[in-house]
Design a binder for this molecule. Structure first.
Ligand code: CP
Ligand code: NVA
Length: 302
C-alpha cells in the first residue's frame, strides 16, 4: 500500500485539516510525557536549505513522542554527490519510518515520495511551505476560532508561503486578498485553481481593508539573496506597517513565518506590536507537526 504523504495542503480535506489543527491544540495544552505513540520510530530530515524552526520542531516533536530524528545534509550524504533521488528514496525509506525534506525544487519532494515506502513530508520547497500553514492556521483558530468565511490578506512576494496560503484558502474556505508588486505575483496555475476566493489588489492598503489576518514574508527568499537590492526597490511600497494594519479590522492578527526583516517587509511597530502573534505561530510549528506526525506515522491516529 502507498504511504500517505504530506507534500501540499491540497493533500488534505477540510475535515482532515481541521482535525490536525484541533489535535495540535490538544497536544499543546495537555502534554503527557507518557504518551509515546512513535516509540522507536525514526524520522529522517533532509535539509538542503537552512532552518531553525522546522528542524527544531520536528526533532523535538519526534523526541516528545518517544521516537528520534536524523538530521541529514547533502554535504554529508551521498545525495550531495549526485546519488539518484530514486535510489536515495528507496534506501533511506527502507531504514526509517518517515522522511522530511526541505529543498528548492518541488519535484525533488514529489520524486522522493514516488519512490519512498514511508510517508514523505514537505518541509519547504520554492513552491510551497505547507507545514508552516498548519501552524499559522492553528494559531488563528486558537485566537479567533474557525477561519471559514474570514478574510486573510497576503502582502509582498507571491512565493512559496503565498502559494500555501492560496491552498489553505481552498481547503479551509476563506477569502484571500493579495497585493504583490508587478512581476512577483503567485503562479497563475495555483491562483486559477482557487477560483473566486482570491482577489488581487494594487496596494497593500486596499488589500488589507476588512481583513481578519494580515500576513507577509521576506522579500528575498532562500536562494534569492543576490536579488536583495533589486527586490528592496520592487517591494518598497509593500511593507506591512501601522497604516496597513489600521485598514484591516481592529481585531485583525498579524503573522509572519519568520525569519523576518524588521524595516523591510514589516515595520518593527507591527511585528512587535499587540496584533502580532508571531511567537505563538512559531511555537505552534511544534504542536501542529506533532499532530501531523501522529496522523502520518501512527496507524491508530487515522
Ligand atoms: N518558518 C520556517 O520555516 O522557519 P525555518 O526556516 O527556521 O525552519
Ligand atoms: N519564503 C521563505 C520562507 C522561509 C521559511 C523562504 O523560502 O526562504
Amino acid at each position: 500500500m502507498n504511504p500517505r504523504h504530506f507534500i501540499s495542503l491540497l493533500d488534505l480535506s477540510g475535515d482532515e485539516f481541521r482535525r490536525l489543527i484541533n489535535r495540535g491544540i490538544v497536544l499543546k495544552n495537555n502534554r503527557d510525557p507518557d504518551y509515546q505513540p512513535l516509540k522507536g520510530q525514526v524520522l529522517a530530515m533532509i535539509f538542503e536549505k537552512s532552518s531553525t524552526r522546522t528542524r527544531i520542531s520536528f526533532e523535538s516533536g519526534m523526541s516528545h513522542f518517544g521516537g528520534s530524528a536524523l538530521f541529514l545534509s547533502p554535504r554529508d550524504t551521498q545525495l550531495g554527490r549526485g546519488e539518484p533521488l530514486q535510489d536515495s528514496a528507496r534506501v533511506i525509506s527502507s531504514m526509517v519510518d518517515g522522511i522530511m525534506l526541505r529543498t528548492d525544487k518541488h519535484e525533488t519532494v514529489t520524486t522522493f515520495a514516488q519512490y519512498s515506502s514511508v510517508p514523505v513530508i514537505n518541509g519547504l520547497t520554492d513552491l510551497q511551505h505547507p507545514c508552516q500553514l498548519l501552524a499559522d492556521m492553528q494559531t488563528y483558530f486558537e485566537h479567533r476560532g474557525d477561519i471559514k468565511g474570514k478574510t486573510v490578506t497576503w502582502i509582498g512576494d507571491g512565493n512559496n508561503m503565498c502559494h500555501s496560503y492560496i491552498h489553505a484558502a481552498m481547503v479551509l474556505d476563506f477569502n484571500l486578498n493579495i497585493a504583490c508588486p508587478k512581476g512577483y505575483q503567485p503562479l497563475a496555475e495555483i491562483v486559477d485553481a482557487a477560483g473566486e476566493r482570491i482577489r488581487f489588489f494594487d496596494t497593500a492598503l486596499a488589500a488589507a481593508q476588512n481583513s481578519d489576518l494580515v500576513v507577509t514574508d521576506v522579500w528575498a527568499s532562500m536562494g534569492q539573496e543576490e536579488e536583495q537590492k533589486l527586490r528592496e526597490l520592487a517591494f518598497k511600497d509593500y511593507q506591512v506597517n501601522a497604516d496597513v494594519m489600521k485598514a484591516a479590522h481592529s481585531d485583525a492578527l498579524f503573522m509572519h513565518c519568520l525569519p523576518a526583516h524588521r524595516g523591510e517587509e514589516v515595520s518593527a511597530e507591527v511585528i512587535d506590536g499587540a496584533q502580532s502573534v508571531i511567537f505563538d505561530e512559531a511555537e505552534n510549528r511544534l504542536h501542529a507537526q506533532k499532530s501531523l506526525l501522529e496522523f502520518l506515522l501512527c496507524k491508530k491516529a487515522r
